[in-house]
Design a protein around this ligand. Structure first.
Ligand code: NAD
Length: 445
């Protein structure tokens, strides 16, 4: 099938590449000319495992095209996806300006009956707004063209996006007509071969499904961080508690890891947006508010542990902290809403210096922070330790899991590790004569 995708970010680029990989003819359109030029020359703008060779192979096979020419792109697609950003508005609602701008562009260029599919994460009711924006443009040019707006939320996770896209747990299709459902079923047939993964529903339910999924995952994380904070107070070890509850299949092992708070481009904004939607419809979503405030507090927790160790903030002046991990989670270079950003700012505010290393987010950190006093971006975990007083682990990259603790003791002047992801066993660290602070590990009180 001929597919057009507006937006060549994490979602648009991965989706377009996977659809091309199963044989569809895909045009990806973006307003960012530098990104499009780069992609046409084989430069992949994001780090995502497995993506680069797939983009190059499908581009070379003439099934995956990149353009800034919206008119040609609209003309190409039997199905047109909208996969642009939906950042938070000032009040936390999803800002639909990019989605509606694409809708108007589609309306200006639409030449024949088409299914327009919203893949961006958008509040319930957005399909109606997209439909109205397209209809307005069609009316302005006196065109009478049948079109339908469907919802097909995306569930891929950064860091494993290609795998998620090629082997989805489920494909949610929200549509109001059999024609649209049939078209999307045919599009996704190659991903639905060994068992049924497609769930068909009405548009509003599909729009809400995406928020419900992210809000549930964020809730699990905040719940576990709450338990971790209680564990710290009462002298219990949350890692033992985690093992004690995860074995219950009703609870399960996923997303019950305590840590330095969730970040990324989705959980924070989606929990907030769902809360705003509820509010607009006259419902106070108390649980969602609590999920957010627990997370906000948790992002400051590593710094609290650091202050606790050093006695007060003043003692941090001119200390140097090695920071391992800047991305909001492993296997991505994405630093949007990352816990590291809060921590670094708190350390700088206290007059401390940072030597940071992240396997993939170094260039993103350079872009976010620029050249500034108090930050040295290092090109290895060991390089970050040079001249450091203490180590803080913020992102659980695999390569940080088994450090040489003897080496750490020799390198860290103050002989202390703050482990924001509970990667280490306190006994092992303490056996190397290093002080250890984890999350929710009561013995470190
Ligand atoms: P992104 O910021 O990485 O990419 C968005 C792209 O859209 C950018 O390249 C931008 O230049 C482009 N764009 C903006 N306006 C445009 C226009 N008028 N025409 C063409 N292109 C335009 O965003 P993302 O992370 O891919 O997220 C896209 C949507 O998918 C969001 O709603 C997000 O919530 C949702 N989502 C994201 C993820 C994720 O893990 N990143 C997962 C599931 C859903």
């Amino acid at each position: 099938m001929r597919v057009t995708i507006f937006g060549t970010g994490y979602v648009g680029l991965v989706t377009g590449t996977c659809l091309a990989d199963v044989g569809h003819d895909v045009v990806c359109v973006d307003i960012d000319r530098a990104k499009v030029d780069g992609l046409n020359q084989g430069v992949i703008p994001i780090y995502e495992p497995g993506l680069e060779p797939m983009v190059k192979a499908n581009h070379a096979a003439d099934r995956l095209h990149f353009t800034t020419d919206a008119a040609t792109a609209v003309g190409h697609g039997d199905v047109i996806f909208i996969a642009v950003g939906t950042p938070p508005d000032e009040d936390g609602s999803a800002d639909l300006k990019y989605v509606l701008a694409v809708a108007r562009t589609i309306g200006r260029h639409l030449g024949g009956p088409t299914v327009i599919v919203n893949k961006s994460t958008v509040p319930v009711g957005t399909a109606d707004k997209v439909r109205a924006a397209i209809a307005e443009e069609l009316a302005a040019r006196g065109a009478d063209i049948a079109f339908e707006v469907a919802s097909n939320p995306e569930f891929l996770k950064e860091g494993d996006a290609v795998n998620d896209c090629m082997r989805p747990d489920r494909i949610v299709i929200g549509a109001g007509s059999a024609v649209a459902v049939d078209k999307l079923k045919r599009l996704y047939a190659p991903f639905n071969r060994n068992h049924e993964r497609i769930v068909v529903m009405d548009v509003r339910s599909a729009e809400l499904t995406k928020y419900a999924a992210n809000a549930m995952l964020a809730t699990k994380i905040s719940f576990m961080n709450e338990i971790a904070n209680i564990a710290e107070k009462v002298g219990a070890d949350v890692e033992m508690v985690r093992q004690g509850i995860g074995s219950d299949p009703r609870i399960g092992w996923h997303f019950i890891y305590p840590g330095a708070g969730y970040g990324g481009s989705c959980f924070p904004k989606d929990v907030q947006a769902l809360e705003r939607t509820a509010h607009q419809f006259g419902y106070r979503a108390e649980l969602l508010g609590a999920v957010e405030s627990v997370n906000d507090r948790q992002k400051g927790h590593l710094f609290e542990l650091i202050e606790r160790h050093y006695g007060n903030q003043a003692a941090l002046r001119d200390k140097t902290f090695a920071v391992w991990g800047l991305a909001f989670k492993p296997n991505t270079d994405d630093m949007r809403e990352a816990s590291s950003r809060r921590l670094l700012q708190q350390l700088w505010d206290a007059g401390a210096k940072v030597r940071a290393y992240d396997p993939e987010a170094g260039h993103e950190a350079q872009r976010v922070f620029g050249e500034r006093d108090g930050l040295e971006l290092c090109d290895s975990a060991n390089a970050a330790l040079v001249g450091a007083d203490a180590l803080v682990v913020v992102t659980e990259w695999k390569q940080f899991r088994s450090p040489d603790f003897e080496r750490l003791r020799a390198a860290l002047a103050d002989r202390v590790i703050f482990d924001g992801r509970n990667l280490y066993h306190p006994d092992e660290v303490e056996a190397a004569e290093l002080a250890y602070y984890g999350i929710g590990r009561g013995r470190s009180v």
